[in-house]
Design a protein around this ligand. Structure first.
Ligand SMILES: Nc1ncnc2c1ncn2[C@@H]1O[C@H](COP(=O)(O)OP(=O)(O)O)[C@@H](O)[C@H]1O
Ligand SMILES: [Mg+2]
Length: 287
């Protein structure tokens, strides 16, 4: 079942001014319930603008947005309901922390939804635990935490609303490698455990291939492709052609191919490279 359906979405900034710019250009896209979709593309390719359509934060200049089969801009739709269904975590989300304690910050969303104290409390603990925020941190000020912890608190605040779709704009940006891993692996575990549909924007190919089942490549406001990770990387020459980076291990195998050692064109993890190298060594080819 498609939980997200975009039909011919175009979005223009500053319409009717000299600064008019098409950020999203006639995008048609479906996302299945439970999919973990990684979104990549150059800066300015329209990733952030596109995902802001999914919870009604921006209204398309043209086209229709359906969430769970519901046209979100139809008269009968309560946009507040859509915002609870599709939780959006902005880039540098820690800037939105404002409460005096971590607990209150995580509780802000569920409270806003009108949930009882008891239900809110249950959700705060579950969301905090999912993001690796221990109980001992809940009464601390969010401003006393490390950068990575703050980011995870901000994520927990959205998770506590238990959205059916979790949309994350560069959730690991600006963190050190340990902080990145700590955020991304927790999102991945949360997805596996709860089956939530995840859309995760990242400029890191390495992160995308590690966690995403499907990849959406954006290029100049358009969908370049949206397919299972394997299929996308089978088109690595085209990916490089639009100026995007491929994982380091893919670059190594491309170089080897130039030198006559063809390990296949679908290698983007070290584990797969290892398998193919061993196969090649044993047989002299991968066929
Ligand atoms: N608030 C804005 N006003 C005008 N143009 C904008 C604004 N935000 C983004 N844009 C333009 O829209 C295009 C897409 O931007 P964006 O969605 O932020 O892409 P990405 O997230 O892939 O970097 C870019 O050309 C960008 O300059
Ligand atoms: Mg962006």
């Amino acid at each position: 079942m498609n939980i997200i359906e975009l039909k011919n979405i175009t979005y223009k900034y500053s319409v009717g001014t000299p600064f008019e710019a098409v950020a999203v250009d006639n995008v048609t896209l479906t996302v299945e319930k439970g999919e973990f979709c990684g979104i990549i593309g150059h800066t300015g390719s329209g990733k952030s603008t596109l995902i802001q359509h999914l919870n009604g934060l921006v209204k398309p200049t043209l086209g229709e947005v359906y969430i769970d089969g519901q046209n979100i801009w139809s008269k009968d739709t309560d946009i507040r309901e859509i915002r609870f269904k599709a939780g959006l975590v902005f880039q540098y989300s820690e800037h939105q922390l404002f409460e005096e304690s971590v607990y209150k910050d995580i509780a802000y969303g569920p409270k806003n939804m009108g949930l009882s104290e008891e239900e809110t409390d249950k959700r705060v603990h579950y969301a905090a635990q999912s993001m690796g925020i221990g109980d001992e941190l809940l009464e601390r000020s969010p401003f006393d935490l490390s950068g990575g912890q703050k980011r995870r608190v901000a994520l927990a605040g959205v998770i506590a609303m238990e959205p059916e779709i979790l949309i994350l704009d560069e959730p690991a940006a600006g963190l050190d490698p340990i902080g990145r891993e700590s955020v991304l692996s927790r999102i991945s575990d949360y997805h596996k455990k709860n089956g939530t549909t995840i859309l995760l924007v990242s400029h890191s190919m390495e992160d995308i291939v590690k966690y995403a089942e499907k990849v959406l490549v954006m290029n100049k406001g358009k969908v370049f492709c949206h397919a299972p990770t394997d299929e996308v990387f089978a088109r690595q020459d085209e990916i490089v052609g639009i100026g995007l980076d491929v994982p380091q291990i893919t670059k190594v195998t491309m170089k080897l191919k130039e030198k006559g050692i063809d390990l296949g064109s679908d290698i983007y993890t070290v584990e797969r490279a290892k398998e193919r190298i061993l196969q090649y060594k044993a047989k002299g080819s991968i066929c």
